[in-house]
Write a protein that binds this ligand. Structure first.
Ligand SMILES: *[C@@H]1O[C@H](CO)[C@@H](O)[C@H](O)[C@H]1NC(C)=O
Ligand SMILES: *[C@@H]1O[C@H](CO)[C@@H](O)[C@H](O)[C@H]1NC(C)=O
Ligand SMILES: *[C@@H]1O[C@H](CO)[C@@H](O)[C@H](O)[C@H]1NC(C)=O
Ligand SMILES: *[C@@H]1O[C@H](CO)[C@@H](O)[C@H](O)[C@H]1NC(C)=O
Ligand SMILES: *[C@@H]1O[C@H](CO)[C@@H](O)[C@H](O)[C@H]1NC(C)=O
Ligand SMILES: *[C@@H]1O[C@H](CO)[C@@H](O)[C@H](O)[C@H]1NC(C)=O
Ligand SMILES: *[C@@H]1O[C@H](CO)[C@@H](O)[C@H](O)[C@H]1NC(C)=O
Ligand SMILES: *[C@@H]1O[C@H](CO)[C@@H](O)[C@H](O)[C@H]1NC(C)=O
Ligand SMILES: *[C@@H]1O[C@H](CO)[C@@H](O)[C@H](O)[C@H]1NC(C)=O
Ligand SMILES: *[C@@H]1O[C@H](CO)[C@@H](O)[C@H](O)[C@H]1NC(C)=O
Ligand SMILES: *[C@@H]1O[C@H](CO)[C@@H](O)[C@H](O)[C@H]1NC(C)=O
Ligand SMILES: *[C@@H]1O[C@H](CO)[C@@H](O)[C@H](O)[C@H]1NC(C)=O
Ligand SMILES: [Cu+2]
Length: 569
């Protein structure tokens, strides 16, 4: 008896091992993305938008932690395009990262590029999007990364999982919006709607029939995989009479954070549990702008979707409407954001680099203006042209990509003089700042980092032109957000208040209006990596910097060679 039970267990173990051999291994998933023009009707009018495989939002990619994806991108549209895998670190392989003229030349109409996406430590929700011009308005989709085979979630397994993709819609062709504000030097036109899973929702004209509906059953738990794919707007999102419990952000688990609403910036992703335990009825979920800039116009509309319980008495009454903070409620926005904490558990430990080697790259993030050049249209404030910068350098795209120039030692493409501190120290958060400080310098300057250095970067917002929050995104890395604060960063006092226990691990962090954030990362991923504001207009105006992380010693610390089909310039 004893013996046969032992045998049985051994056989079972054997089966499990064989099964694991087949399933536990990292897998490679193959996809094809056809970028093309597709007709879509929203807000009572029809237009052609750029899509992937005809879908808006684009296809969701599924994988397990550590898997590899191979996506063949074919450009059948009329614009140059690139695709970025937002939040995927791509260890030693910047070649597929995507930002145009930073890691690659664009895929021209008719061209193609087979991109390799190497997942490593990411787990949860990330997304992909175009990284050239303003194509990402419609060219984007979710990436869902399940735990490794044989392991589970660090929270009760949800009954169902649902992507919730927040977007931004213009009635006009988004490329004409881009062309117009670049030409005039003014601010871009506000969008006409926000969307949830491609639909504006009940509060917009001609939109009611398409409104996204999430059908739920009483007693079940749903994992919402929320992506803010909007172009220019940080959003508040909530569901009437339901609390969300955030359990992950930017492809990394967090301590459970229950909240009536979430604040989510362009570029960020959040995993939130929704327990369907209210009365069998219908409830709105809604999103609208958080916009802190004084006199900065924004799309003031509200997008909705409907959460409906099975067995609800439809049309008995209109759905309940949720609470959303007021559009400029910075304290509400940050009371949520600052609640995010790394899970820091046994199964998901945290490593905090304590010995900072590359000290204090303090960088200001500013909106700027250029004085009006002769024969230019100047619709910025007081007859100027709007711009943006980091450490007073307004980034100019080179004509061939920086990665290629770095790899092949092509001279004259970029400089290595991105300053490690603001060139001028002034009261960054003063209410009124002299106009002459507004004018930045143009340049293509990179910051070179040694392999394995421990970088701490303080991002300081300024009130030049108009102080506003900036969601800053770093490619190739996730970083720990060790400190936040309002006012000017104080290098003596503020580090004493850092969270060196469970700071959140993010790839996009909101630098608050009138404030700063401090981030840390270990430069262990050699390559060329962009950092930029994820408000698209600020990126267009030059709020970006490129890091070159040098190779370390030994093959495992060196960049991999380029694939043979890199698109040429
Ligand atoms: C931008 O808005 C202005 C004023 O409403 C309008 O005249 C113009 O056509 C708009 N441009 C685009 C590209 O939507
Ligand atoms: C519903 O679920 C939430 C989250 O799990 C919990 O906080 C709340 O107390 C529950 N409400 C009811 C009415 O059961
Ligand atoms: C805001 O805009 C209005 C009208 O355009 C202008 O009169 C006012 O001075 C502006 N306020 C600030 C603080 O710039
Ligand atoms: C936004 O819209 C609401 C409702 O229509 C209105 O009350 C509010 O004044 C608007 N705010 C701004 C800044 O336009
Ligand atoms: C928010 O906007 C309102 C006007 O819409 C203004 O009265 C209030 O002072 C603003 N709050 C902040 C924190 O800027
Ligand atoms: C910190 O780094 C420096 C430079 O690499 C090194 O000399 C020092 O010993 C390190 N200190 C600790 C506590 O690790
Ligand atoms: C501005 O335009 C005028 C008329 O087209 C031309 O004569 C002049 O040379 C231009 N100036 C500059 C700086 O391009
Ligand atoms: C507008 O520009 C003029 C000339 O450069 C300058 O004297 C004035 O102070 C500016 N006014 C504002 C409100 O920016
Ligand atoms: C900077 O400006 C803010 C806002 O006007 C003010 O409260 C603060 O005292 C100033 N700081 C310094 C060091 O002057
Ligand atoms: C930015 O650089 C320009 C050009 O070098 C300079 O005139 C200006 O004072 C600088 N501004 C700041 C805030 O550093
Ligand atoms: C990287 O730096 C850490 C100290 O921060 C050191 O312990 C480790 O040996 C270094 N690794 C390499 C590969 O240089
Ligand atoms: C498309 O990319 C190529 C290669 O960089 C460039 O020469 C061309 O000007 C681009 N076309 C447009 C419309 O930007
Ligand atoms: Cu910005």
């Amino acid at each position: 008896m004893q013996f046969s039970r032992k045998n049985f267990i051994l056989i079972l173990l054997g089966f499990l091992l064989v099964d694991c051999f087949v399933h536990c291994q990292a897998r490679t998933h193959h996809h094809r993305f056809i970028v093309k023009e597709t007709s879509y009707t929203r807000l009572c009018s029809s237009k052609k938008i750029l899509t992937v495989n005809g879908k808006f939002p684009g296809p969701t990619l599924y994988a397990h932690k550590g898997d590899k994806l191979i996506v063949e991108v074919r450009n059948r549209g009329k614009y140059n395009i690139t695709i970025h895998w937002h939040g995927v670190k791509q260890p030693r392989y910047p070649w597929s990262d995507g930002p145009v003229y930073v890691t690659q030349c664009p895929i021209k109409p008719g061209g193609k590029f087979k991109q390799k996406i190497f997942l490593s430590t990411e787990e949860g929700t990330l997304w992909w999007h175009a990284h050239s011009d303003w194509s990402r308005a419609t060219v984007h989709g979710a990436i869902i990364i399940f735990p490794k085979h044989g392991t589970g979630y660090p929270f009760p397994k949800p009954d169902e999982e649902v992507p919730i993709i927040l977007g931004e819609w213009w009635k006009r062709d988004v490329m004409s919006v881009l062309e117009e504000f670049v030409r005039t030097g003014g601010a871009p036109n506000d969008s006409d709607a926000f969307t949830i899973n491609g639909q504006p929702g009940d509060l917009y004209p001609c939109s009611k029939p398409g409104t996204f509906k999430l059908n739920v059953e009483h007693g079940k738990t749903y994992l919402l995989r929320i992506v803010n794919a909007a172009m220019n707007t940080i959003l508040f999102f909530s569901i009437a009479k339901h609390r969300l419990t955030v359990v992950g952000a930017d492809g990394s688990y967090t301590k459970p954070l229950p909240s009536k609403f979430i604040t989510i910036s362009p570029g960020q992703t959040m995993d939130a549990l929704l327990h369907a335990n209210r009365s069998r009825s219908r409830y709105y979920m809604a999103a609208r702008a958080y916009s802190s800039g004084l006199n900065v116009s924004f799309d003031n509309t509200t997008t909705t979707a409907i959460l409906q319980y099975s067995g609800n008495r439809r049309n008995a009454s209109p759905p309940h409407f949720p609470y959303l903070p007021y559009y400029n409620d910075t304290l509400a926005a940050f009371s949520f954001i600052r609640g995010l904490r790394h899970l820091a558990s046994k199964s998901h430990p945290i490593t905090i680099p304590l010995n900072v080697t590359d000290k204090f790259i303090v960088s200001t993030v500013s909106v700027n203006t250029f004085p009006c050049p002769e024969n230019f249209s100047c619709e910025g404030p007081n007859g100027t042209r709007l711009a943006a910068s980091m450490n007073n350098i307004s980034f100019v795209n080179p004509s061939i990509d920086i990665l290629q120039a770095y790899y092949k030692h092509i001279k004259g493409v970029f400089g290595k003089r991105f300053p490690s501190k603001p060139p001028l120290v002034f009261n960054f958060t003063a209410e009124y700042l002299p106009l002459e400080l507004e004018i930045p310098r143009r340049g293509t300057e990179v910051k070179v980092l040694k392999y394995n250095s421990t970088v701490e970067m303080v991002l300081q917002g300024t009130n030049l032109v108009a102080g506003i929050d900036h969601p800053m995104h770093l490619h190739g890395y996730s970083f720990l957000v060790v400190g936040w604060g309002f006012r000017n960063y104080d290098p003596k006092k503020d580090p004493l208040k850092y969270n060196l226990v469970d700071p959140p691990l993010l790839n996009t962090v909101v630098v608050p209006k009138n404030g700063w954030v401090a981030i840390r990362f270990k430069a262990k991923n050699p390559g060329v990596w962009l950092m930029h504001c994820h408000l698209e207009r600020h990126l267009t105006w030059g709020m970006e910097v490129v890091f070159i992380v040098k190779n370390g010693e030994g093959e495992a610390a060196m960049m991999l060679p380029p694939p043979p089909d890199m698109p040429p310039c």
